[in-house]
Design a protein around this ligand. Structure first.
Ligand code: GLV
Ligand code: MN
Ligand code: MN
Length: 419
């Protein structure tokens, strides 16, 4: 047995691994690691190596989730699931998702260093499709683990024109084996996910850690408008069917609806593809994303109805074809109270005040909660900045999060019934 590491040392080690993982990118000079990309494959080599070094058996499932498992000592034992995602947004920070995987690895290593024996198996999951950046899916890899993967996702086409099914096969995965990725919930203690807050509350309260109560529901859609492409010099203004001008009107309407909602409603158009995309051609077609979220389901559903209705009117007035396709629809998701309490006991045992807060961002815990007790520990984010390379958390806070995770694992171990 080696000497236990202090939270400061654990934070230093966590930061070291996060820095190394951030160097694995599809775009030199910035962190971009989207689902099934070459960088995601290289990150599997790196993280898989870390898992093996810590005595885990490493596998990759049919949707490219990297899994490191340490079986229990004896038969009849249950499994504790830990982790988060290692895909990123475009030009990301180093922490979103990656922290949950790295914190689990550092925590498990430390449990061993302290000579603690766990009465359950542990599996660390590093998901690949949480962000939903390359394909219009999101949370698809955690959905596979819960047996709720939707087959129609295999036919969606990514921003680069590649079909998800083909990208999976090119990555070495077999889509026919997706049902085998599901984990039987009867054997699972729960899912614990450590994540940066990505918002300003913990910083405002001057607290490094907080326990998540629930996660805002989210709907993600693809919106298309079809008009007529034409010569920018010859088609008179009154005869145009300009798809991009129609979208501009719709985007401002979406912003208005978002501002008028309750329960922290937010509505975003974040991606626009214009065709044919030439400066001297009237835009004939646009494809855009629509992302609507709220802390309660009714305000989100009401906003979606209003957006659809008003967008149809705008399209009709402008003579544009209009389609809206729902890709992701996840209701507001409460976290498991027993596991929230386990996290809270650990935070309090560190001599810290413990407050609970909802999450506006989406997380794999939303999909995991469909089948398993799930809980999240948030770590303070500098200025609440995320989905931005300026995302930052003090390594001392990272160390406290890892120490809290260690204590939570040991707390659950002490409560685990004998088989
Ligand atoms: C993931 O970061 C999301 O909330 O979109
Ligand atoms: Mn995340
Ligand atoms: Mn994210």
């Amino acid at each position: 047995m080696t000497a236990p590491r202090t939270p400061a040392e654990l934070g230093h080690e966590t930061q070291r691994l996060l820095d190394e993982l951030a160097r694995v990118t599809d775009e030199p000079g910035r962190v971009t690691r989207t689902y099934l990309s070459p960088a995601l494959a290289r990150s599997h080599d790196l993280v898989g190596g870390w898992m093996r070094d810590r005595g885990l058996e490493v596998t990759r499932d049919a949707v490219a989730t990297l899994r490191g498992r340490r079986p229990a000592d004896g038969p009849g034992r249950r499994t504790l699931l830990l982790g988060s995602h290692i895909d990123t947004v475009i030009d990301a920070g180093k922490l979103d998702g990656c922290l949950g995987v790295v914190a689990a690895l550092v925590a498990l290593e430390e449990v061993d260093r302290r000579g603690e024996k766990l009465p359950f198996a542990v599996e660390i999951l590093a998901f690949g499709d949480e962000e939903g950046v390359r394909f219009p899916t999101a949370l698809s890899s955690s959905s596979a683990v819960t047996g709720t993967y939707r087959r129609e996702w295999l036919d969606v086409v990514g921003a680069d024109g590649v079909r998800l099914r083909d990208a999976l096969v090119a990555f070495g995965c077999d889509p026919e084996k997706i049902p085998e990725a599901a984990i039987d919930p009867t054997d699972v203690i729960g899912w614990l996910e450590v994540h940066i807050e990505q918002g300003p509350l913990l910083e405002h309260w001057d607290l490094p850690l907080g326990v998540v109560t629930s996660i805002a529901g989210q709907t993600r859609m693809g919106l298309s408008l079809v008009g007529q492409a034409g010569h920018a010099g010859t088609v008179p203004m009154e005869l145009r069917r300009d798809a991009l001008a129609g979208l501009a009107e719709i985007i401002l309407m979406v912003e208005r609806v978002g501002r008028q909602g309750t329960a922290n409603l937010v509505a975003t158009v974040g991606r626009v593809a214009v065709s044919p995309g030439a400066g001297n051609t009237v835009p004939g077609r646009v494809d855009a994303s629509l992302d609507v979220r709220a802390g309660a389901d009714t305000p989100r559903l009401v906003a979606l109805d209003r957006i659809r209705h008003q967008a149809e009117r705008i399209a009709e007035k402008r003579g544009l074809g209009f389609t809206l396709e729902r890709h992701v629809d996840v209701p507001t998701c409460p976290m498991d109270e027993g596991l929230q309490d386990a996290f809270a006991r650990s935070v309090l045992s560190l001599g810290l005040d413990c407050r609970r807060l909802p999450s506006g961002a989406g997380h794999d815990a939303m999909a995991m909660a469909r089948r398993f007790p799930a809980a999240m520990l948030f770590v303070r984010s500098k200025a609440g900045i995320s989905h931005n390379p300026a995302e930052w958390t003090d390594p001392d806070d990272l160390g406290l999060a890892v120490e809290a995770l260690i204590r939570t694992i040991l707390d659950l171990a002490a409560r685990e019934p004998q088989p």
